[in-house]
Design a protein around this ligand. Structure first.
Ligand SMILES: Nc1ncnc2c1ncn2[C@@H]1O[C@H](COP(=O)(O)OP(=O)(O)OP(=O)(O)O)[C@@H](O)[C@H]1O
Ligand SMILES: [Mg+2]
Length: 229
């Protein structure tokens, strides 16, 4: 059953252990957290504290060892893989540190390709892709391939790709780590605009300047998630 909720994400007693026996590493240890919808939220924590692990769990790319995760009021833990794929493709937008664009495709083709994967209606794909690229200020780079774009332009293409299907939630794992700080801030301003339009944005970062620009900061510490600001 779907219940209406003001939280876009609820993490309830989540543990994630990698490996077995003596070599097992427990990264999250019963972490609990509720993230309100329509906010800009950052996770911080030292390297190895579990930020990427958490983002992968929130995006249904990975399953907790124990505990449950609710996305927009729906349990996403223990769903069959095809169902998790569907939720991720249709309702979540993912952004990675390394942009992860298809090298031989232009900016426009990269965005249209993702819309196809999201089962977005064929007739509407071109317009949705153009709109998203316009939104991130790339209206003039539509036909550039990744190697013909700067790092900032590539990341903006990746953001356009992540937002074109109008997801409720954007998850971004260190989206500015490979950019200079000025370019990084233009990326953060784009996220701010998206939050203003009603999307929920969750990112991980090591950058204190970014933490000053978000609504809430959480810290990963010893397998737990604590409010930092
Ligand atoms: N698939 C895996 N198999 C085994 N161990 C893993 C796996 N994924 C992550 N880990 C371990 O879990 C811990 C947390 O990793 P994670 O990538 O989540 O950290 P992080 O906070 O994102 O670090 P960074 O800031 O360096 O990106 C690390 O000790 C890592 O080695
Ligand atoms: Mg990481």
């Amino acid at each position: 059953m779907t219940t209406a909720t003001a939280d876009i994400i609820q993490v309830i007693g989540v543990t994630r252990t990698f490996g077995k026996g003596n070599g097992a590493v427990t990264v999250l240890k019963g972490a609990t957290l509720a993230l309100p919808a329509g906010k800009f939220i950052a996770f911080r924590g030292r390297s190895g504290s579990g930020k990427t692990t958490l983002i992968n769990l929130l995006g249904a790319l990975d399953q907790p060892t124990e505990g449950s995760i609710r996305f927009d009021g729906r349990e996403i833990t223990n769903l069959p893989e095809w169902k998790r794929d569907e939720i991720r493709r249709q309702e979540i937008g993912l952004i990675f540190q390394s942009f992860a664009l298809v090298p031989l495709m232009t900016a426009l083709e990269n965005v249209e390709f993702m819309l196809r994967i999201a089962d977005y209606p064929a007739k509407l794909r071109r317009d949705a892709a153009l709109f998203a690229l316009e939104q991130v200020g790339l209206g003039t780079c539509l036909h550039h391939r990744p190697f013909e774009m700067s790092g900032g332009e590539q990341q903006r293409t990746a953001i356009a790709r992540a937002i074109a299907h109008k997801p409720k939630l954007i998850l971004a794992d260190e989206p500015t780590a490979e950019l200079d700080s000025r370019t990084g801030l233009t990326i953060i301003k784009i996220f701010r605009d998206l939050v203003q339009q009603g999307m929920s944005v969750v990112l991980t970062t090591h950058d204190p300047a970014i933490m000053d620009m978000v609504d809430q900061v959480y810290e990963l510490e010893d397998g737990h998630i604590v409010a930092a600001r």
